[in-house]
Design a protein around this ligand. Structure first.
Ligand code: PGA
Length: 258
């Protein structure tokens, strides 16, 4: 059982212009302004980071990015550095999302470099791992999770591990924009989380494992958030499709019970 405050993060993916993001935040912050029992993060596209950063100043919502390069600066056309994210007010950064892995060929080796770089700039990584459908069907879920964890967390110390939020996102449960897509059952999600926590305990000890947040992602929505978030090893959610509407995302945030 973890002892950390739950984290609910919105992953907007490639959705919303800066103006649309402002409209969302204006409405959303009114709906959650008295929430204290959860940490709330919005990860808009890069082009809306500044607008969202301005809108959330002084409130209880934090800013995150969806990706970054591992170098601070240099000849990397089209990339964004950790320094730039810090400069714009980001506290969090999603790394290794399965869409980055599958569509943009990111591998564990690259993701590990990004995790190390994020920590060295005091950005809190939301590191995504998860098995795909084939691995699940072949009984290889734990093997896939173990490999991703070991590779992506290479050179991470016992003192650093709890600064990382691990998002368990079974690839087969991710909505890809379909609001009717099925999430993992609470029991299936819990067993993934339990396994991940046991791996962290093996790598860094029980206390580090207890203090590391493991959040669930994959079709979390107002209808299933309460049940998922009540599971003992689920410390929050990374929400895609259902975070695009302020009311729906606020409802998920309000599903957190301490
Ligand atoms: P989803 O996305 O909530 O739309 O399934 C989650 C994610 O991919 O992070």
């Amino acid at each position: 059982m973890a002892i950390v405050k739950k984290l609910i993060a919105a992953n907007w993916k490639m959705n919303k212009t800066a103006d649309e993001a402002v409209l969302f935040v204006e409405e959303f912050k009114k709906l959650v302004n008295n929430i204290k029992n959860a940490e709330i993060v919005i990860c808009p596209p890069f082009t809306a980071l500044q607008a969202v950063s301005n809108e959330i100043k002084g409130g209880n919502v934090d800013l995150g990015a969806q990706n970054m390069h591992f170098e601070s600066a240099g000849a990397y056309t089209g990339e964004i550095s950790p320094l730039m994210l810090k400069g714009i007010g980001c506290e969090y950064v999603i790394l290794g999302h399965s869409e980055r892995r599958e569509i943009f060929n990111e591998n564990d080796f690259l993701i590990n470099k990004k995790v190390v770089a994020a920590l060295s700039h005091s950005l809190k990584p939301i590191l995504c791992i998860g098995e795909n459908l084939e691995q699940r069907k072949n009984g290889k879920t734990e093997e896939a999770l173990e490999n991703q964890l070991k590779n992506c967390l290479k050179n991470i110390t016992k003192n650093q591990i709890s600064k990382i939020n691990i998002a368990y996102e079974p690839v087969w449960a991710i909505s890809r924009g379909n609001p009717n897509h099925k999430a993992a059952t609470a029991d299936d999600a819990e067993s993934g989380h339990k396994f991940i926590r046991s791996m962290i305990a093996k790598m860094h000890g029980e206390s580090a494992a207890k203090n590391t947040r493991i959040i669930y992602g994959g079709s979390m929505k107002p209808e299933n958030a309460k049940e998922l978030l009540a599971m003992p090893d689920i410390d929050g959610g990374l929400v895609g499709n259902a975070s695009l509407d302020p009311k729906s995302f606020a409802e998920i945030v309000k599903s957190v019970r301490l």
